[in-house]
Design a protein around this ligand. Structure first.
Ligand code: GDP
Length: 452
C-alpha cells in the first residue's frame, strides 16, 4: 500500500530535521514542505494539507525546539495529532447491536467493490454472533444478483433478490420486511452503482433510502481513485445521509490519501478497509493505530488484538514477557514460525510492530513465504539447545554453520540467509526492550514513550 510510503517519507523528513544541529524556522519549514509533498503525493486534498501545515506551525513552538532535545518527538506528535484529526470526524458511526434489527444500506459507484464489501461486512458480523441477511436492490447491473447470491451462499448468509423485478425500491422494501420477520438483526441492502455519478443513480439511492429508512448508510470507495475522492464522496453525501465510509482495494496500489479526503467530505469515519478480494480480507479501521502505523510508530492495540487472535492463549503471557525483555532467541523465532504455519496470518502481526515491513510474508507471496519458513525450520531442527536459546548470533561460527547445513541437507548459504533473517527480526525485537506493553487505549502515552 502506498500509504506505507507516505509514512516512510514523513519519518524520513522528521529524521532529517532532527539530524540538523539547529532547528530554526528554515529547517522546520523544509521539513514541513517535505511532509506536504509526501501527503500530496499520497493524493490527500491540497486544501487539507495546507490547513494541516498551518496548524502544525501554530502548535510547534520554535523556542521549545531550540531548547529541548525532543524536537523530533514534539513535531512527530503534532503531525500524528493532525493526521488523526484529519481522519476523525469527531463522531462515531452507528454500530449495529445484536438482537435488535438494524438496516444498513451500501452505496457507491460501480466497480468500487460495493457488492464484495456487503458480503465482507455481513460475514464479519456473522462471526461476531450477528444474524445478518443480504438484500440485492441492484437492478441496474446484470449479474449483480447472481454475484451477491454466490457470495452469500458461500458464507451461508440468507439473501433476497429478484431476476424479474426491475424496481429497486420494491425489492429493498420486500427484502427488509422479510428479514425483519425472520428475526435477522443486520439487514444489509446493496444498491445499484453506475460508472459515473449521475442524477438517475442519486435519485434511485434517495428513494431506496427513504423507503427502507436505514440506520446507517455506508459509502464504499475505491481506495485508488486519488484526488477525485473528495468530490465523489461529497456527491454521495449530498444525496443520502452517509454515516460511514469503507475504503476498498487498500491492498493494491491505492495511495490511500483519498480515504482522508472522503472523511472530510462526508464528515463520517472510515470504519473498515478492504485489503483483498476474499471474504476475510477486511479490517476494522481505527484512526490512532492506523496513523501510528503510518508513521512507523507501531500499532500496539492492533498488535495486542492480533496476538490474542493468532497466538495460543497459553503462550501469550510468555511471548509478551519476552517481547518486553527484548530478547529474541532462535527458539522464539521457531515457535512463532510454528504459529504462522498453524494459523496463517502472523505476517499481519509482525507488520504491526514498529519499523517492520511485512518483508517476511509479502502479500500475494504467501506460498513462497511458507516454503521459506519451512526451510528455516528444518535448519533450526539441526541446532543444539544452546544455539536455539542463545541471543547472540556470534555463536554461529564456521563449524556450527557447516554442521547445521549438513544436518538439514541445505547449503551453508541457506543457513546464513536464515541467520540473517533472525538478526533482522532480533533487531526489531530489541527495540521493544523495557517497553511497558500498553493496554488498549493507551496509544498516545505509548507514542510519547517510544523512541521513534
Ligand atoms: P461493485 O460494482 O461496486 O459492486 O464492485 P464489486 O464488488 O463487483 O467489485 C469489483 C471488483 O473489485 C471485483 O473484482 C472485486 O473482487 C474487487 N474488489 C473488491 N474489494 C476489493 C479489495 O479490497 N481488494 C481487491 N484487491 N479487490 C477488491
Amino acid at each position: 500500500m502506498v500509504l506505507a510510503e507516505l509514512g516512510g517519507s514523513i519519518s524520513r523528513a522528521l529524521q532529517k530535521m532532527s539530524n540538523a544541529t539547529i532547528i530554526d524556522e528554515k529547517v522546520l519549514g523544509e521539513c514541513l514542505n517535505e511532509i506536504t509533498r509526501a501527503l500530496m503525493h499520497a493524493d490527500v486534498k491540497f486544501e487539507m494539507v495546507r490547513d494541516m501545515m498551518a496548524n502544525i506551525k501554530r502548535i510547534v513552538n520554535l523556542e521549545d525546539l531550540a531548547a529541548g532535545h525532543n524536537k523530533r518527538r514534539i513535531i512527530q506528535q503534532a503531525v500524528f495529532n493532525e493526521l488523526c484529526k484529519m481522519m476523525d470526524p469527531g463522531k462515531p458511526s452507528f454500530t449495529p447491536k445484536k438482537g435488535k434489527p438494524s438496516i444498513v444500506m451500501f452505496v457507491g459507484l460501480q466497480g468500487s467493490g460495493k457488492t464484495t464489501t456487503c458480503t465482507k461486512y455481513a460475514y464479519y458480523h456473522q462471526r461476531k454472533g450477528f444474524k445478518p441477511a443480504l438484500v440485492c436492490a441492484d437492478t441496474f447491473r446484470a449479474g449483480a444478483f447472481d454475484q451477491l447470491k454466490q457470495n452469500a451462499t458461500k458464507a451461508n448468509i440468507p439473501f433476497y433478490g429478484s431476476y424479474m423485478e426491475s424496481d429497486p425500491v420494491k425489492i429493498a422494501v420486500e427484502g427488509v420486511e422479510r428479514f425483519k420477520k425472520e428475526n435477522c438483526d443486520l439487514i444489509i441492502v446493496d444498491t445499484s452503482g453506475r460508472h459515473m455519478q449521475e442524477a438517475a443513480l442519486f435519485e434511485e439511492m434517495r428513494q431506496v433510502s427513504e423507503a427502507t429508512r436505514p440506520d446507517l448508510v455506508i459509502f464504499v470507495m475505491d481506495g485508488s481513485i486519488g484526488q477525485m475522492a473528495f468530490a465523489q464522496a461529497q456527491a454521495f453525501k449530498q444525496s443520502v445521509p452517509v454515516g460511514a465510509v469503507i475504503v476498498t482495494k487498500m491492498d493494491g496500489h491505492a495511495k490511500g490519501g483519498g480515504a482522508l479526503s472522503a472523511v472530510a467530505a462526508t464528515k463520517s469515519p472510515v470504519i473498515f478497509i478492504g485489503t483483498g478480494e476474499h471474504m476475510d480480507e477486511f479490517e476494522v479501521f481505527d484512526v490512532k493505530p492506523f496513523v501510528s502505523r503510518l508513521l512507523g510508530m507501531g500499532d500496539w492495540s492492533g498488535f495486542m488484538d492480533k496476538i490474542q487472535e493468532v497466538v495460543p492463549t497459553d503462550q501469550q503471557p510468555e511471548l509478551l514477557q519476552k517481547l518486553s525483555e527484548g530478547s529474541f532467541t532462535l527458539r522464539l523465532m521457531y515457535e512463532q514460525f510454528q504459529n504462522i504455519l498453524k494459523m496463517g496470518p502472523i505476517g499481519q502481526v509482525f507488520s504491526m510492530l514498529p519499523g517492520f515491513s511485512a518483508e517476511l510474508m509479502p502479500k500475494g507471496h504467501e506460498k513462497e513465504s511458507q516454503a521459506k519458513i519451512k526451510r528455516y525450520m528444518t535448519m533450526m531442527d539441526s541446532m543444539t539447545n544452546e544455539e536455539l536459546d542463545s541471543t547472540s548470533p556470534k555463536i554461529f561460527n564456521e563449524s556450527r554453520t557447516m554442521r547445521i547445513a549438513r544436518g538439514s541437507g541445505r547449503s551453508v548459504r541457506d543457513v546464513m540467509e536464515m541467520l540473517d533473517e533472525y538478526k533482522r527480526l532480533a533487531k526489531i525485537w530489541s527495540k521493544m526492550k523495557g517497553l511497558k506493553i500498553p493496554k488498549k487505549g493507551e496509544m498516545s502515552a505509548l507514542s510519547r514513550n517510544m523512541n521513534v
